[in-house]
Design a protein around this ligand. Structure first.
Ligand code: NAD
Length: 475
């Protein structure tokens, strides 16, 4: 049995309570690890360690911090296979996907911010012969990073890399559902040369240790990725202390397919945007709007491809593995049952797959429901999409904007003028035109409306993790 302990001040610590949570491998439904269930005493210890480390870490030169981050990126690369297997075992995703996307991206996150701090320009404003102002960006101190279960190491590192690069000390709380790769990363952090206390990782339930982290007055900012409901709780708690907060939340992303699209590309990529990682990516498209003229043709080609997707043991060559937990699988199934009750027609899928005692679900396509039905309003976060016809640009913009969410959208058309016009009207933080999940880490990442507050990525992340200070020098 693997024991996942907290990482505080550069070493592993048992939780003060002595309590552990079961960690289940969703591919086989068996407990494979026990995860520390942390309490306020563990948090106090982490805050002490992080506070003590801050002075040394924040005074390091950019080049020194950059070198340590680069070293960690190299170590992730060297351990790619072990990390990919661990991620798959913990989350249920195909190991091939973790090998190709999750783990390389974790290394890229460190490499990117290791370079970004060196290349970031600073502002200066000259007052015509009188004075010069420059902006110093100071790290905040101890910051908290809270991440979800769907892309565990990928999103964990997407937060801690800019926080550390900017000179902060971090207390991170990975999802209790998928804590394994964050635990493995701590061992590599020691090897990379992070001074003790610069990175601390506490495990346990969100409503317990997560909430304590948000509420701790010495934790100066919270960067959170997770569900919209949790984001609301965190936002309210942070506001009471005027704490900086960044919230990356849920989505109900539209995919808009115009009749002049590159048909083959649109079908192929929409399969990916619907079912990659079992549809458990906040950026997956779940409402597919198809222009009337090609609705039947697109539907036939799409459903055909969906039926050919291979679902199964994530350690093998499959297109989809297991959903993350029994609870999540049941939630997905309840949404599909609700769609049936509301009159939706299941074109393919629509039920669980019994396999190895794991939590598998068929890739599911539903039609016949308007944009206001429950399944077209709420985030399912699984392998379920709906097909909805539309007539023209204004019709689809109205439909695409009809949810409380605004994270990502995809537009397929060969007419770029139309693509821009529609992109400007869809209320989403990220719009992909004729592609999906093409990511440049310099770009602002995040959602509008109930999909989030603030942005991550590039300068946005470095700004979040620093406090600007204006220094005015009389000439
Ligand atoms: P979740 O909100 O249940 O949990 C996310 C993290 O918050 C976990 O570490 C959890 O332990 C912690 N947490 C829970 N309650 C807390 C509290 N009261 N205080 C502090 N921390 C708390 O989300 P999840 O189920 O792990 O992840 C799925 C959700 O994340 C989906 O809604 C998905 O859309 C969203 N997500 C968003 C993005 C994005 O970039 N916008 C990316 C990935 C996932």
């Amino acid at each position: 049995m693997i024991i996942i302990d907290n990482y505080i001040g550069g070493s592993f610590h048992k939780p003060e309570s002595g309590q552990y949570l079961d960690n289940v491998n969703p591919a086989v439904g068996e407990v494979f690890a026990r995860t520390a269930s942390s309490s306020s005493k563990d948090l106090e210890e982490a805050v002490r360690a992080a506070t003590a480390a801050f002075d040394e870490w924040s005074r390091k030169t950019l080049a020194q911090r950059s070198k340590i981050l680069h070293k960690l990126a190299d170590l992730i690369d060297e351990n790619l296979e072990d990390l990919a297997r661990a991620e798959s075992q913990d989350n249920g995703k195909p190991v091939a996907l973790a090998r190709r996307v999750d783990i390389p991206r974790a290394a890229a996150n460190f490499r990117f911010f290791a370079s970004a701090i060196i290349n970031e320009s600073s502002e200066a404003h000259v007052m015509e012969g009188e004075a010069v102002n420059y902006t110093r960006r100071a790290p905040l101190g101890v910051v908290g990073c809270i991440s979800p279960w769907n892309l565990p190491l990928y999103l964990f590192t997407w937060k801690i890399a800019p926080a550390l690069a900017a000179g902060n000390c971090v207390i991170a709380k990975p999802s209790e559902v998928t804590p394994y790769t964050a635990f493995l990363l701590c061992q590599l952090a020691n090897e990379a040369g992070f001074p003790p206390g610069v990175l601390n990782v506490l495990h346990g339930r969100g409503a317990e240790i997560g909430q304590l982290l948000v509420d701790h007055p010495e934790v100066k900012a919270i960067s959170f990725t997770g569900g919209t409901q949790t984001g609301r709780i965190i936002g309210q708690a942070a506001a009471r202390q005027f704490k900086k907060v960044s919230l990356e939340l849920g989505g109900k992303n539209p995919v808009v397919i115009f009749d002049d699209c590159h048909f083959e590309e649109a079908v192929r990529t929409t399969i990916e945007s619907s079912f990659t990682n079992q549809g458990e990516i906040c950026l997956c498209g779940s409402r597919i709007f198809i222009q009337e003229g090609i609705y039947e043709r697109f539907k036939a080609a799409f459903v055909d491809r969906v039926r050919a997707l291979k679902v199964g043991d994530p350690s093998k060559e499959v297109d989809m593995g297991a959903l993350v937990s029994r609870e999540h699988m049941e939630k997905v199934d309840t949404y599909v049952a609700g769609a049936r009750t509301e009159g939706g027609k299941i074109l393919t899928g629509g039920k669980r797959i019994t396999l190895m005692n794991g939590f598998y679900y068929e890739p599911t396509v539903i039609e016949g429901l308007d944009e206001f039905c429950q399944i077209n309003q709420e985030e399912v976060f699984g392998p379920v999409v709906t097909l909805i016809p539309f007539t023209d640009e204004s019709d689809v913009v109205k439909k695409a904007n009809s949810t409380p969410y605004g994270l990502a959208a995809v537009i397929w058309t060969e007419n770029l003028k139309r693509a821009h016009a529609v992109a400007h009207q869809i209320k989403s933080g990220i719009i992909w035109i004729n592609c999906w999940m093409l990511r440049d880490l310099r770009t602002p990442f995040g959602g509008m409306k109930s999909s989030g507050v603030g942005r991550e990525g590039g300068s946005e992340a470095l700004r979040f993790f620093t406090e600007p200070q204006n220094i005015c020098v009389k000439l």
